[in-house]
Design a protein around this ligand. Structure first.
Ligand code: KIV
Length: 275
């Protein structure tokens, strides 16, 4: 089935208010990650609503096995590159691990650095009640905050595994309470990661703000995927929620092989490709 035309295609800049309007008018929000200028520009030209400069950069750009090692300076570097490319989409930058958890003053300093140095539109932050003071302090400076609940990869050492979250009643109830708290203090949106679809639908229907899912089923207000996963650049990561829209790893490797062959056979450069 093909989506014909977005009521919001004509907006010159997607803002947090536009996202709220999209929820109010039942139009789903499409969000993807980007970490550099070239990809940011392609996503924006393709009409994406939200670009997330995710701390998944730690995995897909730097090759770490978790999101924990990436630093604030590195996130700012990625944020600057993406913001330089994006004209229309809302750009959200993740606050990395260790820059907001323990101390709300430090959280505000980190968020201010991201907003000032990258020119992004908002920050994203993982957690609920336990980081509420940090969220409130950032919001009090007029910085839009996107929450992130469910599987929160920065807490992987606490969970011990990347399995689906909130399948038990107690954890589901905590997630619902946290979502309400984040909405009450003023978050403009929340990402829900890897939770039962029924729970995703419930949170999206109880809350007024847009709920963006990654492995949270179709009943939420929008979806997000990691760009390198959906393009098939990463090969080893294939959770059930991931749909691959391309097989770029094969395409890139085939292109590299063709190039090597052409160089070795002195077929490249040919007469037209020289001065
Ligand atoms: O860092 C990231 O890419 C994310 C998404 C998985 C939502 O937080």
């Amino acid at each position: 089935m093909e989506f014909k035309a977005s009521k919001f295609a004509g907006v010159s800049k997607v803002t947090t208010h536009v996202l709220q309007e999209m929820k109010n008018k039942n139009e789903k929000i499409a969000m993807l990650t980007a970490y550099d200028f070239s990809m940011g520009r392609l996503l924006d030209q393709g009409g994406i609503d939200v670009v997330l400069v995710g701390d998944s950069a730690s995995n897909v750009m730097a090759g770490h096995t978790s999101t924990l090692p990436i630093t604030l300076n590195e996130m700012i570097y990625h944020g600057v590159s993406v913001v330089r490319a994006v004209k229309r989409a809302l750009v959200v930058v993740d606050l990395p691990f260790g820059t907001y958890q323990g101390n709300s003053k430090e959280a505000l300093t980190s968020a201010i650095r991201i907003m000032k140095e990258t020119g992004a539109d908002a920050v994203k932050i993982e957690g609920g009640k336990e980081i509420l003071e940090s969220v409130q302090r950032i919001l009090s400076a007029g910085i839009p905050v996107m929450g992130h609940l469910g599987l929160t990869p920065q807490s992987i050492h606490k969970f011990g595994t990347y399995v689906v979250r909130a399948t038990e009643e107690a954890e589901a109830n905590k997630l619902i309470d946290d979502a309400h708290l984040l909405e009450e203090v003023g978050c403009f949106s929340i990402v829900l990661e890897k939770i039962p679809a029924k729970l995703g639908t419930r949170v999206a229907s109880e809350l007024k703000i847009p709920i963006i899912g990654i492995g949270a089923g179709p009943g939420v207000d929008g979806q997000v995927l990691v760009l390198h996963d959906m393009l098939g650049i990463t090969q080893e990561f294939s959770p059930r929620f991931l749909r691959r829209y391309n097989d770029l790893s094969t395409q890139i490797q085939n292109s590299v092989k063709s190039y090597i062959n052409d160089v070795k056979m002195v077929d490249f450069p040919n007469e037209k490709e020289q001065y």
